[in-house]
Design a protein around this ligand. Structure first.
Ligand code: NCD
Length: 324
């Protein structure tokens, strides 16, 4: 059984950040975004801020990553903390010798004196297990197929900044909704901040979002629609959140290839979308957004990444120092 999640209740200091389910009110997001706006100014000055100068932040990554790893490292550096960035845990650490995640997390604390540990791991409950066995807070940087809470925070910050609202939006989530973790965290977050938000899940039948997620969203009184027809659905969307088919979870190449190119967003399809819609993607993309769409003013997936730097800096500050 996973450990009981510690709700934020408006306070982040000293807490783990494992799941979107820890949020209880929209005000908690407002606080993160308020801090993120300040972080943006720090980076704009191009001068390292010493806010966390006596702290140490370790990253343990058991799965590939470009953006998440780099932006957590960037956030550490811009706030002047000591960084212990460890990539390739599953290939080069004692995990290869059979060491448990709990022992590895304890070891990193003892060997580095880190104040905070960022974890990416292929197991769904990895962050809960790590948190239960850690002496310092854990931030979940992606756990299996289940959650990617800091990605959801940066996604919502992007939506707020691009569209000036977080409610009364129709958000289309497209692609591998079964295996992808980003859409699960983001849809939960959207259901918390906007009761009038509508979710349009677009996927092939074999990659539909888990029923447990859909039921949870409906319980929160959010409208959820499912379709496999992106051509028809696109015109209704204020946000189009594309995702990649998660090749690593397929049992064979053939099975992956059957669904890999089901949805491809190209300039022709973009003509059917609203003039003010935004296109997002957690990245990496494979084929699902053609490069021809990159120049479209509605494409936000490159700016979206920068939101990760600011919101992760904000989370560091709130978890290590609190809101004062
Ligand atoms: C995502 C992830 O790791 O879940 N990437 C990311 O962190 N930006 C999405 C993906 O891998 O498809």
């Amino acid at each position: 059984m996973p450990a009981k999640l510690n709700k934020f209740n408006g306070k982040f200091k000293g807490k783990d950040f494992i799941s979107i389910k820890q949020f209880t009110i929209k005000k908690e997001l407002d606080l993160i975004f308020f801090e993120a706006d300040k972080m943006k100014k720090i980076v704009a000055k191009r001068k390292t801020n010493g806010l966390l100068k006596n702290y140490c932040i370790a990253e343990l990554f058991y799965q590939p990553s470009t953006r998440t790893f780099a932006s957590f490292l960037g956030a550490t550096e811009w706030l002047g903390a000591k960084a212990i960035p460890i990539h390739g845990m599953s290939a080069y650490s004692s995990a290869v010798k059979g060491e448990s995640l709990s022992d590895s997390v304890r070891s990193i604390y003892q060997t580095t004196a880190a104040d905070l540990i960022i974890l990416r791991h292929p197991d769904d409950n990895s962050s809960e297990i790590a948190a239960k066995n850690s002496y310092v807070p854990i931030i979940n940087a992606g756990s299996g197929k289940k959650e990617h809470p800091t990605q959801a925070v940066l996604d919502l910050y992007t939506i707020k900044n691009e569209l000036n609202k977080m409610d009364d939006l129709t958000i289309g989530m497209v692609g591998d909704l079964k295996n992808g973790r980003t859409i699960k965290s983001l849809s939960l977050l959207l259901s918390l901040v906007g009761k009038k938000n509508k979710l349009l899940f677009v996927s092939p039948d074999s990659l539909r979002a888990p029923l447990s997620l859909i039921n949870r969203l409906r319980k929160r009184k959010i409208s959820v629609y499912e379709t496999d027809d992106l051509n028809k659905a696109i015109s209704k969307m204020d946000v189009l959140y594309m995702t990649r088919v998660q090749k690593e979870w397929f049992s064979s190449k053939e099975k992956y290839e059957k669904v890999a190119n089901n949805f491809i967003l190209d300039a022709k399809l973009m003509k059917k979308a609203k003039k003010k819609m935004i296109v997002m993607h957690p990245l990496p993309r494979v084929n699902e957004i053609s490069t021809g769409v990159d120049q479209d003013p509605r494409s936000t997936y490159f700016q979206q990444m920068r939101s990760g730097l600011y919101t992760r800096m904000a989370l560091f500050k709130l978890i290590l120092l609190g809101s004062k």
